[in-house]
Ligand binder design. Sequence first.
Ligand SMILES: [Zn+2]
Length: 336
Amino acid sequence: MNPGRYSRQTAFARLGKAGQQKLFAARAVIIGVGALGTVIANNLCRAGVGHLRLIDRDYVELNNLQRQVLFDEDDAAKETPKAIAAAEHLSKINSEIALEPVIADVNSSNIEELIKDADVALDGSDNMEIRFLINEACHKLRIPWVYGGVLGSAGNCMTVLPGGPCFRCFVPDIPAPGYPTCSSAGVLNMAAGIIASMESAEAVKIITGSAEPNCQVFVLDVWNNTAEYVLLQKDPDCPVCGRGEYELLGRLRESYTTSLCGRDEYQVVPGRKTRIDFSEFEAKLRNAGNVSHTKFMLSFSDGRIEFNLFADGRAIIKNVKDERTARSAYAEYIGL
Ligand SMILES: [Zn+2]
């Protein structure tokens, strides 16, 4: 570690050289590398957190550039997977730290493996289901995590420590499908930037132990000029931090399909572990339409069906209105 790189940070006495050493020895896992995750990854990379695992299931699109600060037009044109694009850009900013991009959909069967060695996990996701899952996994593995969420001009964040109160004390039930998302209600990059920076500060406080984390709910609205801390009490009846019951975790899942944040796109995830040989698949699909692949992804289009296929067998099927059509396209062309 070159100490000169961090001189303006170590001069902040409450962090200091001892805090910097702790940061360099630490591992942070960022779940979702989008509006929040790119800002968090940028902050923690520059701050010198020694190991960053960057997990994302998606690829870069033009409408991401308004708020996802690590990506550029070239990434969008190439549809580079977000985890890869983020790691590539960050490696030019700080070559002293380890960057571990993971292209995956975080689910109940892989989350424990993905976070088990983390000193802190950070929420960069865009949906409530994954936050419930992070909450359960982190409670079970006794890992501190930082929640963050933004919508429109508003955002929330809070730190969850292993003893609670936890995210479920704050949001008792997963909202019914149809709740507003960033594609329906929009999102301002300024709100995302502030919330993600507060999440990053929480991670640094947790890792260095030099200040109390914020375990209240911070609520901000950059359009209504409001910001407040709402005290969160531990709910003794909370299924997670009160009773230690995990409703989502380890629930074995068959193949599943998810709609992606209000787009006409569906993700289809195979029920079993697999490894795609892109060259083999490209040869198989060559007569059916236009097909090409990179190291990370295969892209296919026949003018009707269009999809991106990842090495783990997941595919994002484009321009489809419902799950059934997505699944039948998957069965027709990929068929795992
Ligand atoms: Zn709780």
